[in-house]
Ligand binder design. Structure first.
Ligand code: VAH
Length: 317
């Protein structure tokens, strides 16, 4: 049985549905700090869980006798910058509880890392798997610490911990909350609703991105990979594409010709974005467990507009 925390978040919402389809609805226990009347809650077992409550975390894991923990509950980069102490308590306190529960119940373990582990002194282009990690954000500090903590639980206790350094993730199902890359999700909604978007990330600012279907496949493929082949275990660089705001705008214009892009840069999010790489190298993930992607910017844009078009009222294209 799989326990997923942060199940109502951007990754969790789709991962719960995908895993229930593969492993059976009763074998995927969705948890989050709040309830929401939708398929994640109604389509299988759901429990309210505050991951900073260690006792509650143990109780839920024991109650369902889980053998795998997917720990997603966290504050993302922009929110973490406005609430750094809360971010530390949730991102690190929650992760430590998750690892302790996984150790006690001998669970396989996954938690996401991020390109946020890199900072201004990291090589910006084709950032290698093994390189300098001196992030300048609380989120980045949390993610580097998280990678090291997961490695520690593997080396010291033999816990089967695994993780991926995700780029910005783009989903047609659930909006992200409080990220720096979220502009690349919001732009599709605005394009359909208003045929225009005001970007808070400046033109020319490159960031790695990935369509959610590829991210979900990466999690499942990594979790099912042969453990003996995993060297970088907790922190594989993975990416599908790298683009700057004007490039995604141009791709959208292939479908909505009158789409207009404006810029109103948010200094906090812009500073975070500029501290991250322009593009990272995912060769090691391909070598150690066969990482691959199906969607580039063109294919993602087609699919996003198709999926969202069905959900939102169309603006005359
Ligand atoms: C964020 N979407 O913006 C997340 C992710 C690489 C970006 O970590 O914080």
């Amino acid at each position: 049985r799989v326990l997923i925390t942060g199940a109502l978040g951007q990754i969790g919402t789709e991962l719960v549905m995908k895993m229930r389809g593969i492993y059976g609805a009763d074998n995927v226990i969705a948890t989050d700090i709040r309830k929401r009347d939708d398929a994640v809650v109604l389509g299988g077992t759901f429990e309210i869980l505050d991951v900073t409550d260690k006792k509650a975390y143990f109780e839920v894991a024991r109650k369902y006798r889980v053998d795998t923990i997917i720990h997603l509950a966290a504050l993302l980069s922009a929110t973490a910058e406005t609430k750094p102490i809360l971010a530390w308590d949730l991102n690190m306190g929650g992760l430590l509880n998750a690892l302790e529960v996984a150790k006690e119940l001998e669970c396989k373990f996954f938690t996401p890392s991020s390109i946020g582990v890199f900072g201004p002194t990291t090589p910006k282009n084709n950032t290698p798997q093994d390189t300098i990690q001196r992030p300048t954000t609380m989120y980045g500090v949390n993610k580097v610490s998280g990678e090291l903590l997961c490695d520690y639980y593997f080396h010291k206790y033999g816990l089967d911990t695994r993780g991926l350094r995700f780029p910005g993730l783009i989903s047609s199902v659930a909006l992200p909350g409080g990220g720096t890359t979220d502009y690349a999700v919001e732009i599709y909604y605005e394009a359909i609703e208003n045929a225009k978007f005001s970007s808070y990330i400046a033109q020319g600012t490159y960031m790695d991105m990935m369509y959610m279907p590829d991210a979900l496949d990466a999690i499942i493929n990594l979790m099912e990979a042969d453990a003996t082949k995993l060297v970088h275990r907790n922190s594989f660089n993975v990416t599908a594409m790298s683009f700057e705001p004007n490039e995604i705008a141009s791709e959208i214009r292939q479908h909505i010709p009158k789409f207009k892009m404006e810029y109103n840069v948010d200094p906090v999010k812009q500073a975070i974005a500029e501290s991250w790489p322009d593009s990272i190298d995912a060769t090691v993930a391909k070598e150690e467990w066969g990482f691959k992607i199906a969607y580039d910017l063109k294919e993602m844009t087609e699919d996003m507009l198709l999926k969202l078009g069905g959900k939102l009222k169309q603006v005359g294209s």
